[in-house]
Design a protein around this ligand. Structure first.
Ligand code: PEP
Ligand code: MN
Length: 350
């Protein structure tokens, strides 16, 4: 339930609403807005007697949020949430940041070469897993902490923001010391204790859609994070398992306009995992920007043939550079732009 205050409601009137909600046994979340303040009632509001709140002075309207998720819904917050992971790197506005890099951090040389290449091509953030959730326990599991140190080194050199995955609560605290944004992977989208843990942290979260998750499931998972107080959540469409083995996953681009309608949170697209095939990544990345994605995440490797994970879906650096140039044109055609690489504000970008 959302209590919309009148324009010009006094702080005392807002406080009265907060106190009343608390007396009724719920949590109140005041949200000052540009026009007016709203106070959200957190918790299952099925049996709340709204008339008690409607009668308070300064209250304009009480809105019942009809979706199962509350704080994630557009009803709760009509304007887009902008998630800023580092200075100048924001998701949810007109600018579209590109996150690029290898699937995994493999060595100093590999990650630095990748970082330099994606930066030169126009990426704003560097990706690369130090903790890898692999289907097989015998596959490369990631470098762990030394991998995070290499990512930090790459950030120092290139200025790129760092996005990297955490697989459990302990890992999330460690990742938070090094990264600008903590990725929760598809396999962990419904790891509710991990979602609650990152919800208590003050770091932006990139939440990837589970491979068998509906859009409703994904939004409910985001609600876990917001319900703990962290509203800096970026959603990510990365494809879902389907009956068709022609591609690794079925890349659900419809999720982008659907999420934009249902939620105020930004949603980005990952055409690398979405397709699983190198030559399909470029066309689907173009389509994702055209569909309104608030960011694109692409796997790029200096030598994909030697990658320790996901080499077959990783772009060569030259392919990525061509893709970024094309994405600029597509973004421009729909009134948006590809975010500039950090530190290039004064440089004319192609
Ligand atoms: C990844 O980003 O490398 C990854 C493991 O992605 P997902 O969780 O979408 O499979
Ligand atoms: Mn990968």
């Amino acid at each position: 339930m959302l209590v919309v205050m009148q324009h010009g409601a006094t702080p005392a009137e807002v406080e009265r609403v907060v106190k009343t909600i608390e007396e009724m046994g719920y949590q109140a979340r005041p949200m000052p807005g540009a026009q007016r303040t709203a106070v959200g009632l957190v918790g299952n509001d099925g049996r709340v007697d709204a008339s008690r709140i409607e009668a308070l002075s300064g209250v304009a309207q009480v809105i019942h949020v009809s979706q199962p998720y509350k704080q994630v819904s557009r009803e709760w917050r009509p304007e887009n949430t902008i998630v800023t992971i580092a200075p100048g790197v924001s998701f949810g506005g007109d600018e579209i940041p590109i996150i690029a890099g290898p699937c995994s951090v493999e060595s100093e040389q590999q990650i630095l070469t990748a970082a330099r290449a994606v930066r030169a091509a126009g990426a704003t953030a560097l990706r690369g897993g130090a903790f890898k959730p692999r289907s097989s326990p015998y596959a490369f599991q990631g470098m762990g902490k030394p991998g995070l140190e290499l990512l930090a080194m790459a950030r120092r050199e290139t200025g790129l923001a760092i996005v990297t995955e955490a697989m459990d609560e302990e890992g999330a605290h460690l990742v938070a010391e090094y990264a600008d944004c903590i990725q929760i992977g598809a396999r962990n989208m419904q790891n509710y204790s991990l979602l609650r843990a990152v919800g208590r942290m003050r770091k932006p979260i990139l939440l990837k859609r589970g491979m068998a998750a509906t859009i409703n499931d994904m939004l409910l998972s985001a609600e876990y994070v917001l319900s703990e107080g962290n509203d800096q959540v970026i959603l990510c469409e990365r494809g879902v398992r389907s009956f068709d083995p022609a591609a690794r996953n079925m890349f659900d681009l419809t999720a982008i306009p659907i999420v934009h309608k249902l939620s105020h949170l930004p949603i980005i697209a990952d055409p690398s995992h979405g397709t699983g095939l190198r030559e399909k990544v470029t066309p689907m990345a173009r389509a994702a920007v055209a569909a309104g994605a608030d960011g694109v995440m692409v796997e790029v490797h200096p030598t994909p043939d030697r990658a320790l994970s996901d080499g077959g879906q990783s772009l060569f650096p030259e392919q990525f550079a061509r893709l970024v140039a094309e994405l600029r044109a597509i973004a421009g055609a729909i009134g948006r732009s590809i975010a500039r690489t950090p530190g290039t504000a004064s440089i004319e970008v192609r």
